[in-house]
Design a protein around this ligand. Structure first.
Ligand code: UD1
Ligand code: CA
Length: 427
């Protein structure tokens, strides 16, 4: 069957991160860097993936536990060929094997698709992703013969002087036919200065057998960046932020100051919504159209915002729904709340959603008005068109009826005499 499996190499120690956490689990916008790699691979329509773990193996395995992605441990870190060898049994009947390094989170599905496409259309036994760099030091160099055919990769540590002038380098991402990979794995040795089994030695082995080695060049150099230090991690975060925001802006969202705005992956925002400076929007947030968000707002996971909503400065929302045309404009925390439409949440309103053990929910009905500085100790239910006085403390378990007014500490229902005007007639 014509099926491709991906092997993702993630055993390396990542010494330069200076961390107890395996390098590939360091986060970019809330998600481990390796999840960007597996995401790109899966969007390139590859379903079978094996991650090779080594340093901090248990933590990496735990991250993938319960997903469709398999993990295998490389017992000793003897080099990239040895790492692929550790995953050999998982290859099964797949016809092609894509190899990607777990520390290249900026690789895109488009590049992976082009690589696979070139591999299949050219009938090569191995197709490499390459790049041409001003400063190629540190990378394996692509060595070609006079006809331009790739004959070898010279690792940096092995490269002699003349090879240092070669600026075409091996990115690391490559795809083998199954049979070519098995031939190479059998023959690769460790006769080099590091005594490691280099996967890149496959090139000279295959080319010596007159098997075709192809390449495509990566168009955007960001994509090939391997993350080795926390400085490179921060640079990758910036690239990812820019990608996410440019996509949103192209879809009709105004972002006033991208430099101070952070938007995580898996966020959807409707047309004509404006994001003001210093706003942070984390993953799993959906925002409607024509909203104003920020400045200085923080929207966390599970937040759902309808159309024409205004979320102002120093407002934090988590696992909270806010329906259309509602205003939450200043200094507010709403957690595990469901707020109806046309509600006004006064400045400084706080839901006390956590009682030390459980997270409890708050419901606020359509058209209600919550006065400044109100504290709602969840679970709390406020009916429609209700009024909560400024500074009121609503105790847990309270249910305020539709149209009622509550005030004070603790909040009590304000009794009305017969003939009082109904709320809504006033103000
Ligand atoms: C590697 C390539 C080099 C390329 C460069 C691009 C080899 C031999 N060389 O060099 O041609 O230009 O990447 O960044 O592959 N790994 C394991 N187990 C091991 C050793 C490595 O899983 O025993 C994994 C690492 O976690 C990493 C990848 O393989 O994801 C590459 O290994 P690394 O040691 O970083 O190779 P480089 O010297 O950077
Ligand atoms: Ca590396």
């Amino acid at each position: 069957m014509n099926k491709t499996i991906a092997i993702i190499l993630a055993a390396g120690r990542g010494t330069r991160m200076k961390s107890g956490t395996p390098k590939v689990l360091h986060k970019i916008l809330g998600k481990p860097m390796i999840s960007y790699v597996t995401g790109a691979v899966s969007r390139a329509a590859i379903r079978d993936m094996v991650v090779v773990t080594g340093f901090g193996s248990d933590k990496v395995k735990e991250f993938f536990y319960g997903t469709k992605i398999k993990t295998v441990a490389q017992k000793r870190l003897l080099g990239s060929a040895n790492a692929v060898d550790a995953a050999k049994r998982e290859i099964g009947s797949s016809s092609d094997v894509l190899v990607v390094y777990g520390d290249t989170p900026l690789i895109t599905e488009d590049t992976l698709k082009s690589l696979i496409e070139r591999h299949k259309s050219s009938g090569a036994s191995l197709t490499l992703l390459t790049a041409t760099l001003k400063n190629p030091s540190g990378y394996g160099r692509i060595i070609r013969d006079t006809d331009g055919r790739i004959t070898k990769i010279a690792e940096d540590s092995e490269a002699r002087e003349y090879k240092k002038e070669i600026r075409e380098i091996n990115v690391g991402t490559c795809i083998f036919t199954r049979s070519a990979l098995f031939i190479a794995l059998k023959e690769i040795g460790c006769d080099n200065s590091k005594r490691e089994y280099y996967l890149t030695d496959a090139v000279k082995i295959l080319s010596a057998r007159a098997l075709k080695v192809e390449s495509i060049a990566v168009e955007n150099l960001d994509e090939m960046t391997g993350i080795n230090s926390r400085i490179e991690l921060a640079a990758a975060v910036n690239v990812m932020k820019t990608r996410i925001m440019e996509e949103l802006m192209a879809s009709g969202v105004t972002i006033q100051d991208p430099a101070t705005t952070t938007i995580y992956p898996d966020v959807s925002i409707g047309e004509d919504t404006v994001i003001y400076p210093n706003t942070i929007i984390e993953s799993d947030v959906k925002i409607g159209s024509n909203c104003h968000i920020g400045p200085f707002a923080r929207l966390r996971g599970g937040t759902r915002i309808g159309d024409k909503v205004e979320i102002g400065n120093f407002v934090e929302l988590v696992r909270t729904g806010v329906a259309e045309s509602t205003k939450v404009k200043h200094h507010t925390y709403l957690g595990d709340a469901r707020v109806g439409k046309n509600v006004n949440i006064g400045a400084g309103t706080i839901t006390a959603n956590y009682d030390g053990k459980n997270k409890n929910r708050t419901f606020i009905g359509d058209g209600s008005f919550i006065g400044v500085g109100a504290i709602l100790i969840a679970p709390v239910k406020i009916g429609k068109k209700a009024l909560v006085g400024a500074g009121a403390v609503i105790l847990r378990g309270t249910s305020v009826k539709d149209g009622a007014t509550v005030v004070g500490v603790p909040a009590k229902i304000l009794r009305r005499r017969a003939g009082d005007r109904r709320r809504g007639d006033r103000r």
